[in-house]
Design a protein around this ligand. Structure first.
Ligand SMILES: [Zn+2]
Length: 439
């Protein structure tokens, strides 16, 4: 039995929990066994490995509920001019210049750097969605090896779409099913994945759903990242996307829909009724000019979204700030988004959205623990703890990252991955991506 104690300076067990001073966690075999005062955890125990994090605020590890790690290679790629809209962004830039050019070496290098940076900034779980039609098959195993090596918790999938034809779409579905069959439990698991209603036919959607049910895994899709998808389904099927999927019997609690930007009230009600899980990406929604997701309306309907970086700005604190600030500005109401709600999205709700037993510091949950530096400019109080974290800390203030009870990052050093070597390799692969022709 592997047992260790993390002594904290302060501890916030969940977004809605009370701040506790001088509390820590006891971990047995990668699972949280106790959460309580440091003194009580140590008690009469002698010889147990103790991690002294009394200069840190312990919080649940952050969950990146929607990520495209290969997107890192496209950061700063020069464009003659910005894409003219969401669909041109995909059709003229993202598909031909990024996704269709990816090979296994690029995917591996990008994911290793992404894992290193995420661990460094307190992300303990990532739901990584790969779209690399020319890098399959077997590409999920490449990502899984990187996740195993770096120690991050990962939910992996390869997105299916018919833009390279029927055979490629089905190959992606079967890659997911095969991967899920060999990664059903443990730190690295799989998921089924579809792109959108404008890149997947009804037949493919039905087939993906049936395979997900058969494999006993969740199914992910992108939903209305801009007005483009609603216009498409209205013209083709006469209804908006969430209603179209509902008519196919697609929605239930095993579905993770990412984005959810251009949703109307009827669609939000349907998603809430079917208990569909959502991932919200406030920063990347701005990047592509997609709009602002109706998150306050989702919350009012009972939806509990997770938070994702989408492979764009990958510091979880930056994304929390976007989730916190944008609704206030749009609604012209400072009450529109409480910091504790944002913190819940980044932890417990995200864990729930992607289907991992983490996101809370509570007995029985996997021991994914993050320590954030307590050297704040102003005092930490029970009332301001969420604001202090969401607004006044950054990824660089994370000083401890533990996944499954294993220390992956401590003070300034990553223990499982060489950040500088990973950065150099990703840089070289980005150079290849930017200059290579389409095969
Ligand atoms: Zn996405």
């Amino acid at each position: 039995m592997a047992e260790r104690i993390v002594l904290g300076g302060a501890l916030l067990a969940a977004a809605d929990a009370e701040l506790q001073m001088e509390w820590g966690v006891r971990i047995v075999d990668g699972t949280i066994a106790d959460v309580g005062p440091n003194e009580a955890l140590v008690g009469t125990r002698r010889g147990i490995e103790t991690i002294d994090a009394r200069d840190l605020l312990l919080v649940p590890g952050f969950v990146n509920a929607h990520m495209h790690s290969y997107g890192i290679l496209a950061h700063g790629i020069p464009l003659a001019e910005p894409p003219a809209g969401f669909y041109p962004f995909l059709a003229e830039f993202w598909w031909p210049r990024v996704e269709d050019r990816l090979d296994a070496a690029m995917v591996e290098a990008a994911f290793r750097l992404a894992c290193a940076r995420m661990i460094r900034s307190g992300v303990t779980t990532v739901c990584d969605v790969l779209e690399a039609p020319r890098a399959a098959p077997g590409i999920l195993d490449v990502e899984a090896r990187v996740a195993e090596e770096t120690g991050i918790r990962a939910v992996l999938s390869l997105e299916a779409s018919e833009r390279h034809g029927d055979a490629a779409a089905r190959a992606a579905l079967f890659e997911n099913a095969g991967f899920a069959a060999t990664h059903g439990t443990g730190r690295v698991t799989g998921m089924m994945s579809l792109h959108t209603s404008f890149s997947c036919s009804e037949a493919l959607v039905r087939e993906g759903k049936a395979l997900a049910v058969e494999s006993g895994v969740r199914i992910h899709l992108h939903l209305s990242e801009s007005d483009y998808e609603p216009s498409y389904t209205l013209e083709r099927y006469g209804v908006r996307p969430a209603i179209w999927y509902d008519r196919l019997g697609f929605w239930d609690s095993s579905v993770l829909a990412s984005q959810g930007v251009a949703l109307d009230a009827e669609e939000i009600a349907v998603l809430a009724k079917r208990r569909v899980r959502l991932a919200h990406m406030p920063a990347s929604n701005c990047e592509v000019g997609g709009g602002v997701a109706p998150v306050p309306e989702m919350l009012e309907a009972g939806i509990r979204p997770g938070l994702g970086t989408d492979g764009y700005i990958n510091d979880p604190f930056e994304v929390m700030r976007a989730a916190f600030l944008i609704p206030k500005g749009v609604r012209r109401d400072a009450r529109a988004m409480p910091a504790r709600t944002v913190l819940a999205m980044a932890t417990a709700w995200g864990a729930d959205a992607v289907g991992v037993n983490a996101g809370l510091l509570a007995p029985g949950r996997r021991a994914d623990v993050v320590g954030v530096r307590l050297d704040l400019d102003t005092p930490l109080t029970p009332e301001n703890v969420a604001e202090q974290l969401v607004l006044f800390r950054s990824g660089t203030d994370v000083a401890l990252t533990v996944v499954d009870g294993r220390v992956l990052f401590r003070d300034r050093g990553l223990l499982t991955v060489d950040l500088e070597a990973a950065r150099r390799e990703a840089h070289a692969q980005a150079r290849r991506l930017w200059t290579r022709g389409i095969r």
